[in-house]
Design a protein around this ligand. Structure first.
Ligand code: AMP
Length: 117
């Protein structure tokens, strides 16, 4: 999959369209999902242009990868959902049901998350 510079998250990163920001640092941006599937539904994206989880792991440097996943944990702490629980999801490619072709992690929490099927 070739990275599409015009995908909606690339536009958010370039500040061409706004987002409801939860956390940002040098490597990552976290914001509320526009169509939440739970009381808490945050999306986390690396600033590195990458299409999927595998593409991110393959192409980003270790510093960036470690920083991104540590930021996921930081946001979990900030949202105070570490003890009550949460679900992390990343959809990848056609069979995974990925809609936006910039790698992202869904953080779902705030209530019991139902079965996937
Ligand atoms: P996925 O199906 O894993 O690619 O998920 C894409 C997610 O992006 C969906 O949950 C959408 O609701 C969400 N989304 C799409 N556009 C925006 C936007 N402008 N701001 C925040 N979330 C968005």
């Amino acid at each position: 999959m070739v990275y599409d510079e015009n995908n909606i998250f690339a536009k958010i990163l370039r500040k061409e369209i706004p987002c409801d920001k939860v956390y940002e640092d040098e490597f990552s941006l976290f914001f509320n999902d526009i169509n939440p599937q739970a009381k808490i539904h945050v999306l986390g994206i690396p600033k590195f242009p990458c299409t999927t989880f595998s593409n991110f792991l393959k192409n980003a440097d270790n510093k960036n990868i470690i920083s991104f996943f540590k930021s996921v944990q930081l946001v979990i702490k900030d949202l105070e959902i570490e003890n009550s629980g949460y679900r992390l999801i990343t959809n990848s490619g056609e069979n995974g049901g990925q809609e936006v072709p910039h790698f992202h992690i869904h953080i779902l929490a705030g209530e019991k998350i139902g079965s996937l099927r």
